[in-house]
Design a protein around this ligand. Structure first.
Ligand code: SF4
Length: 318
């Protein structure tokens, strides 16, 4: 049976300011924090594509159930050039209690009883708030309403090694998104200090230490990282003993200079990776129509800032 804290315990930490329901069944909640900051979380069901889902999506087997994707920071300083959240300056780290409250409040509001998977992939880079994230992981682990915990990161060293050493409770998703440091640095500025070879080395160490595969997330952008040469370099970079590939589809963010790849290109890329020996699946996009998908989370408070940043982002990427 699920264990919940009473609602009044969490309510002062995160209060639902607004919710939006997607046509695919997922829902996004904007949470008001006690100090006036806002963050977002997304709730959806894996294994249930819903109307309008990507025809190309091939989620991994056994990945079913309720999922809550939580934020770990209000805003984000990593400033990935493809991400709406990165347009919003980092205001502060969330506390473990604020992170956990997003999960518990979602379950209460939606009257969920089935076990919930929690994914640290909302607003913020979890490894830049590692102390509180590790505390949140421990709290979630003790909550019988939570079945799995995943953490998605751009790869921050040495925090990634610390994660490996200090918890065995999370599944690791490493966001690569490019196969050369030149392109990756343009997409993810912190790649300069955390280059591909180093973060894959740390990812391999995680896989060896915990005896399970690391998912390498690869967000396909039209004309940026979607060629046969990219697929071949990815095959060369990843040891299938330690890594499998999760292909993600870009969700349009107004003002950002990227476009989504065609389904045929995705299929070709996926099939080339599989032929090269890499276990590969395509993750369905969720909540695109309510700006809750990958890279789309941006609170209203940041809209003005988006306009300023998006002017910079129109610089050619490659
Ligand atoms: S993708 Fe993640 S790390 Fe990058 S700016 Fe967005 S929230 Fe931050």
């Amino acid at each position: 049976m699920s264990v919940h804290l009473p609602q009044h315990t969490d309510a002062p930490l995160v209060t639902p300011a607004r919710t939006a329901k997607s046509s695919d069944g997922s829902s996004k909640t904007v949470w008001q924090l006690a100090d006036g900051n806002q963050v977002e979380s997304l709730s959806f069901t894996l294994g249930d594509p819903g109307p309008g889902a990507d025809a190309i999506a091939t989620p991994v087997q056994n990945s079913r159930g309720h999922v809550v994707c939580v934020s770990s920071q209000a805003g984000c300083n990593v400033a990935c050039t493809f991400c709406a959240t990165g347009l919003q300056p980092m205001r502060r780290n969330l506390t473990a209690e604020e992170i956990v409250a997003q999960v518990r409040q979602t379950r209460l509001i939606e009257e969920r009883d089935e076990p919930t998977r929690v994914i640290f992939a909302g607003m913020g880079e979890p490894l830049l708030n590692l102390d509180e994230v590790l505390r949140a992981v421990a709290m979630l682990e003790a909550d019988s309403g939570v079945s799995h915990i995943s953490l998605s990161t751009m790869g921050v060293l040495p925090a990634l090694d610390r994660l490996t050493d200090e918890t065995s409770s999370v599944d690791l998703f490493l966001s690569l998104h490019a196969t050369t440091d030149e392109v990756r640095t343009r997409l993810i500025p912190l790649n300069k200090a955390n280059p591909i070879a180093k973060i894959l080395e740390a990812g391999e160490r995680f896989a060896r230490t915990h005896g399970r595969l690391v998912d390498v997330s690869y967000l396909l952008f039209n004309g940026v990282n979607d060629t046969d040469a990219d697929a071949d370099r990815l095959i060369g970079l990843l040891d299938p003993q330690y890594f499998r590939v999760q292909l993600l589809l870009w969700n349009d963010v107004p003002g950002l200079p990227f476009t989504r790849v065609e389904d045929g290109v995705i299929r070709q890329f996926r099939d080339r990776l599989i032929a090269g020996g890499l276990s590969t699946y395509v993750m369905p996009s969720k909540a695109r129509d309510i700006e809750g998908g990958c890279g789309q989370m941006l609170t209203e408070a940041a809209k003005e800032h988006r306009i300023k940043r998006s002017n910079m982002s129109m610089l050619p990427l490659i």
